[in-house]
Design a protein around this ligand. Structure first.
Ligand SMILES: Nc1ncnc2c1ncn2[C@@H]1O[C@H](COP(=O)(O)OP(=O)(O)OP(=O)(O)O)[C@@H](O)[C@H]1O
Ligand SMILES: [Mg+2]
Length: 173
């Protein structure tokens, strides 16, 4: 089974997946690390000075890992683009996200871009476009502790996550 965890920058992906792998004892994959190790790039973005990963090749690597390890947790800003059994998108009210981002990054465009992306729910939209609504879940981390979010993820993975199905969170309302 492949479970992906995504969400905009600063929403809490790394914090919760670290806790979740400890509980599940699953293999945790960060696609950026595999791309770096295996040089799975599609090009270079000069403006952002960063490599563009090859999603197709990375997807194949994930399948290989799944065959070996059975269960894989994939954590990334773009994890929702991969084939998966469960797609979890972390969400956070934009004003609170901004505070989390300011603690993490001293880079105004990064803060604004992520806050705006969260405001309109870009990641959920992309995830639903890619997978359909049935596989996509959203967790609101705004007032939750990381452990509470992990508990909700466990519920979803065990098959009882109906109440977290994508489509309930709209920060523009
Ligand atoms: N319910 C929650 N789940 C996860 N993180 C939370 C939660 N509540 C507060 N936080 C805090 O939000 C911050 C999230 O930072 P983290 O590095 O995990 O985000 P990220 O999504 O991995 O960001 P990036 O995309 O920049 O790597 C941490 O300081 C964490 O303690
Ligand atoms: Mg992170």
């Amino acid at each position: 089974m492949i479970v992906t965890i995504s969400g905009v920058g600063g929403v809490g992906k790394t914090t919760v997946t670290k806790l979740l792998v400890k509980k599940l004892k699953w293999r945790l994959v960060r696609p950026d690390d595999i791309a770096k190790k295996k040089k799975l790039y599609a090009g270079f973005d000069k403006e952002r000075k960063s490599w563009i990963v090859n999603l197709e090749k990375l997807g194949k690597e994930l399948r290989k890992i799944e065959k070996k390890e059975k269960n894989v947790l994939v954590e990334s800003l773009y994890a929702h683009f991969f084939e998966a059994d469960i797609v979890i998108v972390l969400r956070c009210r934009p004003e609170v996200l901004e505070k989390r981002l300011k603690k993490k990054y001293d880079w105004p465009t990064k803060i604004v871009e992520n806050k705006e992306a969260e405001m309109i729910g870009v990641i959920t939209q992309e995830a639903v476009e890619r997978h359909g609504r049935s596989k996509v879940y959203e967790l609101d981390t705004t007032r939750a502790t990381p452990m509470q979010t992990v508990g909700q993820m466990m519920e979803i993975i065990k098959g009882g996550g109906k109440k977290y199905k994508a489509g309930r969170i709209d920060w523009l309302k």
